[in-house]
Design a binder for this molecule. Structure first.
Ligand code: 5GP
Ligand code: MN
Length: 318
């Protein structure tokens, strides 16, 4: 981690990127590091392969994020990535090496491919925000309310509101420090969770109707095609922020919950959530995805029916 801080301090022009379909932890940890480095006088560009969901549009610094295509052939001293488990997650149009001679990879996913020149992976951390906080300490940057807000959103969302098994005493100690810095948990959760669209809620209704139960595989999953998105008037972002897959995990007797949803022509996004007996990161990795033991995902090529076969094949051979 000291080496990470040294690399960050030594670089003049730094490029950071969110991961595909950015979540609160990707956005929070990346923007926190970017904000801290800018305060130290460094030039930081933050890019993203996908737009920031509405749920996170209140975060300080989101307005500075530019799409990859705007970077053109710009050159940097360093690419610094937080929360990106492999080199495809930032969704860069060209290899990361084309942008800078050095690559930093800081992450908490056990499936991290260890790409890059300096790698720090701590799967015990509940969120990359915990690793970002440790970086800020080493950089000697004071965590004021703006930085605390970024870190808190990363930590709170990646721990499922401190409910997931990944939550440690360290997660709560960090939360306490962030509350000391002025965070109001009620205000933040209203901003993150209670500004959803009608389309998103209707999509949840259609997802609940689509429930497929395979008790012999301890599996329950939802299927959402393009027709469901059209009927609900919902976007892919709505599907992300409403937390659809979690509803299937609530079932008694089910170990793994899944969501298959169309994500553009010929692509299906799979999300998996486990109660703990089944390591879904390992299952997702078999089909080119990854994640955590209890929360993982993958992008599948083909239509929904083909993706469903892949999913069932995974569990039948488990
Ligand atoms: P979600 O289902 O919410 O998209 O993702 C759950 C977890 O799995 C997150 O930690 C996310 O980073 C990871 N994940 C989702 N999709 C992919 C993927 O295609 N590749 C990898 N390596 N990880 C993924
Ligand atoms: Mn994360």
């Amino acid at each position: 981690m000291k080496e990470i801080a040294q690399e960050l301090r030594a670089a003049r022009r730094i490029l950071m990127s969110l991961h595909r379909q950015p979540d609160g932890d990707s956005i929070g940890s990346t923007l926190a590091i970017a904000m801290a480095l800018r305060r130290l006088g460094q030039e930081v560009t933050v890019t993203s392969p996908d737009p920031v969901p509405h749920a996170y549009d209140f975060l300080p610094g989101v307005e500075t994020i530019v799409p990859w295509r705007e970077l053109g052939s710009a050159q940097f001293d360093l690419v610094a990535l937080y929360d990106c488990a492999d080199e495809r997650r930032p969704g860069a149009p060209r290899p990361l090496r084309d942008y800078a001679p050095r690559i930093l990879n800081v992450d908490h996913h056990a499936t991290n491919s260890r790409f890059g020149d300096v790698v720090f992976v701590d799967p015990v951390a509940a969120a990359s925000a915990e690793l970002a906080y440790r970086t800020l300490e080493l950089l000697g940057v004071t965590v004021d309310r703006d930085l605390a807000l970024l870190l808190y959103v990363g930590l709170e969302t990646d721990t499922g509101g401190f409910r997931y098994a990944t939550t440690t005493p360290g997660s709560h100690r960090l939360a306490a420090r962030l509350l000391d810095a002025g965070i109001e948990p009620g205000e933040v959760s209203e901003l993150v969770y209670e500004r959803q669209s009608v389309g998103g809620l209707r999509l949840l209704g259609l997802a609940l109707d689509s429930l497929r139960l395979r008790p012999e595989l301890s599996l329950a999953y939802f299927v959402l095609g393009d027709d469901a998105f059209a009927e609900a008037g919902a976007t892919a972002q709505d599907a992300e922020t409403i937390g659809i897959v979690d509803y299937a995990r609530r079932l008694e007797g089910i170990e793994v919950a899944g969501l298959l949803r169309s994500d553009g022509p010929g692509e299906v996004k799979l999300s998996l959530r486990s109660k703990g007996q089944v390591n879904v990161a390992e299952l997702a990795a078999r089909i080119g995805g990854g994640g955590h033991e209890r929360a993982a995902g993958a992008t599948l090529m083909g239509d929904l029916a083909q993706a469903e076969e892949v999913l069932l094949g995974l569990f039948e051979r488990r």
